[in-house]
Design a protein around this ligand. Structure first.
Ligand code: DGY
Length: 322
C-alpha cells in the first residue's frame, strides 16, 4: 500500500523529519526561508498532509489545489494564517502547537518589557557610540515595575504565565481583560478582571497577548492609545494586526505613550524604512517569542505527531477544534 504523502514547508530538524518518514513519504522545502508561493501551490496538489508555519497562507486558492489534503498541521499556536472556514468545509483536520511554547513566549515578553522600560537597547547603543560621556542623575532613566499596575490583554495561557513572572517584580496590581472570566487562575495570580477602557487608563504597562481575530483586529487604535498614560509602556507579543500601526507610530512620536516593545508588527519583516525603526522609544524584535531551541524542537515534533495521528485517524495530540 502506498504511504501517505506529506509536504513540509520549511527546513526542519532531522528528528521531526525522521519521525514523519517512518510513516509517510516526505517532500520538504529545504531552505530556512519561506517556500515561494508558486512552489507551495505546485507541491500541494497530491499531498495527504501539510506541515506549515505562520508565513504560509492556507487559503481557498491553496485548498482548491490540495484536493487530497486530509491533515494540516501548523507549527504555531496562532492560526490567523489559516482560512478556518475553508478548511472546515473540506473536513480537513487541523493540528497546532499550544502549551509547549507558553513558557518561552512569556519569558520573551518579560525580557522585551524590561528592555523597553529600562531602555536597554538605547543605552547599549549610547555606550557603544560615545554618547555615554559621564554618569548623570537623570540620563537614560526608565519606568520601573515596582509598585506599578500591569494590564494584560488576553488572559490565556501566555497572559497568565506573564502575570506569574511579573509578580516577583513587586508590581502593585495586575489587571486583565479577557472575553471570559478566568476567576480561578486570576485568584492564584492575584489579578483583577476589568474592562478594556479601565485597563488602558489604569495600567503603567499594557501587555498584549490576545489572539488575532476579526473582533481583535486593530483594537489598539488612536482612541486606545489616547486613553493610556503618557508614561505607559506598550508591549505586543501576539500579532501585529491587533494594532493600528500608524496610530501607534503617532502615539510614540507625540509621546501620547512613553514607549513600545514589539515582537510582532505589520508587515513582517518590518521594512527598514518604517518610522518605528527611527524611534528611540521603540524596541523591535523579529518575532522570536517562542524561539528557544528546545521549544522549537518540541514544536516541530508536535507538528509531526499531529500529522501522523491525523493520517491514522487517531486522536491528534493537539487538534484545533473550533
Ligand atoms: C505562534 O506560535 O503563533 C508564534 O507566533 C510563533 O511561534
Amino acid at each position: 500500500m502506498s504511504r501517505p504523502k506529506v509536504y513540509v514547508t520549511r527546513k526542519i530538524n532531522a528528528e521531526a523529519l525522521n519521525l514523519l518518514k517512518k510513516d509517510c513519504e516526505v517532500i520538504s522545502w529545504t531552505e530556512s526561508s519561506p517556500v515561494p508561493r508558486e512552489e507551495l501551490l505546485k507541491n500541494v496538489s497530491d499531498v495527504d498532509a501539510l506541515f506549515c508555519v505562520i508565513t504560509d497562507k492556507i487559503d481557498k486558492e491553496l485548498l482548491d489545489k490540495a484536493k487530497k489534503l486530509k491533515v494540516l498541521s501548523t507549527m504555531s499556536v496562532g492560526y490567523d494564517h489559516l482560512e478556518i472556514d475553508e478548511i472546515k468545509s473540506r473536513n480537513i483536520k487541523v493540528g497546532y502547537t499550544p502549551n509547549i511554547l507558553t513558557d518561552a513566549t512569556a519569558e520573551l515578553t518579560v525580557a522585551l518589557l524590561l528592555a523597553t522600560s529600562r531602555r536597554l537597547l538605547h543605552a547599549n547603543h549610547a555606550a557603544r557610540t560615545g554618547d555615554w560621556t559621564a554618569w548623570a542623575p537623570f540620563w537614560m532613566c526608565g519606568q520601573g515595575l515596582t509598585g506599578s499596575t500591569v494590564g494584560i490583554v488576553g488572559f490565556g495561557r501566555i497572559g497568565q504565565e506573564i502575570g506569574k513572572r511579573l509578580k516577583p517584580f513587586k508590581v502593585k496590581r495586575i489587571l486583565y481583560q479577557n472575553r471570559s472570566a478566568k476567576d480561578q487562575q486570576a485568584q492564584e495570580i492575584g489579578a483583577e478582571r476589568v474592562s478594556f477602557d479601565e485597563l488602558l487608563k489604569e495600567s503603567d504597562f499594557v501587555i498584549v497577548t490576545i489572539a488575532l481575530a476579526p473582533e481583535t483586529a486593530k483594537m489598539f487604535n488612536e482612541d486606545a492609545f489616547r486613553k493610556m498614560k503618557p508614561t505607559s509602556v506598550f508591549i505586543n507579543t501576539s500579532r501585529g494586526d491587533v494594532v493600528d500601526q500608524d496610530a501607534l507610530i503617532k502615539a510614540l512620536q507625540n509621546k501620547t505613550i512613553w514607549a513600545a516593545g514589539l515582537d510582532v508588527m505589520t508587515p513582517e519583516p518590518l521594512p527598514l524604512s518604517s518610522p518605528l525603526f527611527k524611534l528611540d522609544n521603540c524596541v523591535i524584535l523579529p518575532h522570536i517569542g517562542s524561539a528557544t531551541t528546545d521549544t522549537r524542537e518540541n514544536m516541530t515534533l508536535l507538528t509531526a505527531k499531529n500529522i501522523i495521528a491525523g493520517l491514522k485517524n487517531e486522536k491528534m495530540p493537539e487538534e484545533l477544534v473550533l
